[in-house]
Design a protein around this ligand. Structure first.
Ligand code: GLN
Length: 184
């Protein structure tokens, strides 16, 4: 099964390795036609401002929006989550508004810029890197995991959003995140 990874900037390589380890064929997406025939899409972490600009430069915006709206599974992590959010703060910046959450960038605090922690109630450790905070989530958004009482893993329809970096955690935990069916 072919899963695309937006590959204009950021941590697409580690997602490619994690997808391959989980038995998927990873396809790097840099132009609209790269999205053809994909079963799902990963929007990796990185620097969301830079990614936003590069998406525009590569003419990828409309094709990405169409892909997410198609209902195929999308995993948006960290900067990817910021790109899909309905509102971005700290600072404000444009976003696709395809996931009904408000996020604040780099908001887990200076001393917590990078850390690993288990979700509330226990579970697979999560790696946070200058992570966005999910400050508010709309009614259609399901909260799958919290940390210190705040949502860190959410799902709305076919879109899963993680404030952390699941590709840097255990391969089994990464594979469990995918809503799409078993690899073939
Ligand atoms: N701080 C980054 C941003 O705001 C996101 C961090 C990440 O993707 N690791 O774009």
């Amino acid at each position: 099964m072919r899963i695309g990874i937006l590959a204009v900037q950021g941590g697409f390589d580690s997602h490619a390795r994690a997808l391959a380890a989980a038995g998927y064929t990873a396809v790097l997406v840099r132009e609209p036609r790269d999205l053809d025939g994909l079963a799902g899409l990963v929007l990796p972490g990185g620097e969301s401002t830079t990614q936003w600009k590069l998406i525009a430069r590569h003419g990828l915006g409309p094709a990405l929006v169409a892909f997410v709206r198609s209902g195929k599974p999308v995993l948006a992590t960290c900067a990817g989550l910021i790109l899909l959010a309905s509102k971005v703060r700290n600072p404000e910046q444009p976003s696709f508004a395809l996931l009904d959450v408000q996020v604040a960038r780099n908001a887990w605090g200076r001393q917590l810029d990078s850390f690993e922690a288990a979700p509330d109630g226990g579970g697979d450790p999560m790696v946070f890197i200058r992570a966005p905070r999910i400050e508010a989530a709309g009614q259609g958004v399901e909260v799958l995991a919290t940390y210190r009482g705040e949502p860190v893993l959410v799902r709305q329809g076919s879109v899963t959003g993680a404030a952390f970096h699941p590709e840097l955690g255990s391969p089994a935990a990464y594979a469990r995140l995918f809503p799409w069916s078993a690899p073939s």
